[in-house]
Design a protein around this ligand. Structure first.
Ligand SMILES: Cc1cc2nc3c(=O)[nH]c(=O)nc-3n(C[C@H](O)[C@H](O)[C@H](O)COP(=O)(O)OP(=O)(O)OC[C@H]3O[C@@H](n4cnc5c(N)ncnc54)[C@H](O)[C@@H]3O)c2cc1C
Length: 455
């Protein structure tokens, strides 16, 4: 089923101007910084190590260098999740989450290697067995009891974060268990300075380590905890209305003060905390489904579980804390002057604002299961009419109106697809198929921007 702009009868609204782009960190900078930091840590170890001889020497030094890198890795993992706006915009929240997950695997491996090498190395040096040496390290060395507790907690979080275990538990359970890493890192910080050979002998190295950890702690506390609180008070955001859009889909309208200060870009999302019974403890991510203007924000939400379902029952006047704006799924730094927006189901939400504001020739292709699932259709038609763009709808039911996601079909629909930036948002199955189809159609990977609704 397709609709073209010729079918539209509604009066057109002019598209609002795109807001001024805010500064974002180029995505390669954090990677360069992380690797440079790792090299600095290796230099610190090199500088503090005179000579390595014998099996015990090699084992102990392997334990020291993995320990230093693991300590550095912990600080990087926390910084990646500190929700620093420039980083969130430049790199993108989903990419940061992928880096965090990958870095987490490296860091856990380094922590385990550190523990094994140190125990083994010390056991060889003192000619004792590993069990006796472990007991001695845990109970006789300064800060080691706390360090051991931190290690066990860290290991517990790693096990619950493994894909198989995560699939079996609720998102919130996994999320809150993850907070135990803060405690694990706090508990194990002391043993690094008290026992690390490089720190014991060098006040400069100690100062650098304190600076790293205190810097990360300040950034975390500010962006994750204090800023949402300050913003919540300043903007006084409240639910104004909740309206149905499609079966199982509602829009939540919110009003507040000084919202222009948020400098939201079309395509971005916030983490929303609704201060009402049953919802205040969770902050879930939802994209804006309307360009922020005139003291009003809107999200459009499809029920997926407890949080999203409860939004249909929000009462006007409910206070809201919005953490953001986040995400690099915006029109910044385009490769082409034309764009193709590819939406699947509720993935239409960030694309709705991009459809309204991206400059140049824009085509929107919107896939859903049934015609009644095409949320925001009236608005999309009005935008298409106003800007003279094409919007094409496809549904799985009734049969005969679906778009087969392969290269030929996409090229038939949008012949100049190779010369367009593609913005893609939809459920995982659809986006995987779309990536393959776009590749077949000759679209380069770096010209495709994707917003994933799953971290
Ligand atoms: C950047 C982004 C933008 C999004 N925008 C929209 C939108 O505009 N409209 C919409 O309907 N949905 C959107 N989502 C999806 C939405 O966040 C989830 O469907 C919702 O949080 C599910 O929570 P729940 O308690 O209802 O369901 P649950 O059963 O608890 O969760 C279902 C799945 O949603 C994901 N999820 C749950 N909570 C979170 C969280 N706090 N952070 C990240 N993922 C989570 C997990 O993958 C989980 O398996 C977006 C997600 C992301 C990451």
């Amino acid at each position: 089923m397709t609709t073209t702009r010729q079918d539209i009868r509604r009066p057109a609204r002019p598209a609002p101007p795109a807001p001024r782009a805010t500064w974002r960190v180029p995505s390669s900078w954090p990677q360069v910084l992380i690797y440079a930091g790792a090299v600095a840590v290796l230099l610190l170890w090199w500088h503090g190590t005179r000579s390595v001889t014998g099996l015990d020497g090699w084992l102990t030094e392997a334990g020291r260098v993995t320990g230093l890198l693991a300590g550095y890795g912990c600080a990087v993992l926390l910084a990646l999740m500190a929700r620093i706006p420039a980083l969130e915009r430049g790199v993108g929240t989903d990419r940061l989450a992928r880096w965090h997950a990958m870095g987490g695997r490296y860091t856990v491996s380094l922590v385990c290697a550190h523990v094994l090498f140190i125990i083994w190395g010390y056991a060889v040096t003192s000619h004792t067995d590993v069990v006796h040496q472990t007991t001695s390290i845990v109970f006789d060395y300064p800060e080691m009891l706390k360090g051991t507790l931190g290690f066990l907690l860290f290991l517990g979080v790693a096990i619950t974060s493994a894909r198989a275990a995560r699939r079996r538990m609720r998102y919130e359970t996994w999320h809150y268990l993850h907070f135990a890493t803060y405690l694990a890192i706090f508990l194990s910080f002391g043993h690094q300075l008290a026992n690390g050979a490089q720190f014991v002998s060098s006040p400069l190295a100690r100062a650098a380590w304190y600076t790293l950890y205190i810097g990360v702690a300040v950034v975390l506390a500010w962006f994750r905890f204090l800023m949402p609180l300050v913003r919540g008070l300043r903007h006084d955001l409240r639910v104004a209305a909740v309206r149905p859009e499609a079966p199982g889909v509602v829009s939540v309208y919110m009003t507040g003060r000084h919202l222009e200060e948020l400098r939201v870009e079309p395509g971005q999302f916030f983490r929303w905390r609704f201060l009402t019974r049953g919802l205040w403890w969770a902050a879930n991510p939802y994209s804006l489904s309307e360009t922020a203007r005139g003291g009003r924000l809107r999200i459009t939400v499809k029920e997926a579980g407890d949080h999203s379902r409860a939004l249909a029952r929000l009462r006007p006047g409910t206070r809201v804390w919005a953490e953001g704006p986040y995400g690099g799924f915006t029109g910044a730094r385009p490769h082409h002057e034309r764009a193709l927006l590819l939406a699947g189901g509720v993935g239409i939400t960030p694309l709705r604002t991009l459809f309204e504001t991206l400059p140049g020739d824009v085509v929107l292709v919107y896939l859903a299961r049934r015609p009644e699932d095409l949320a925001l259709r009236g608005e999309l038609d009005a935008i298409a009419a106003a800007r003279g763009s094409r919007v094409l709808y496809f549904v799985d039911e009734p049969a005969g109106y679906s778009l087969p996601l392969h290269g030929r079909a996409l090229r038939g629909l949008v012949p100049d697809i190779r010369h367009r930036d593609v913005y893609l948002c939809g459920p995982p199955g659809m986006t995987n198929a779309a990536f393959r189809a776009l590749k077949q159609a000759g679209v380069r990977r770096r010209h495709i921007r994707n917003e994933s609704f799953e971290f």
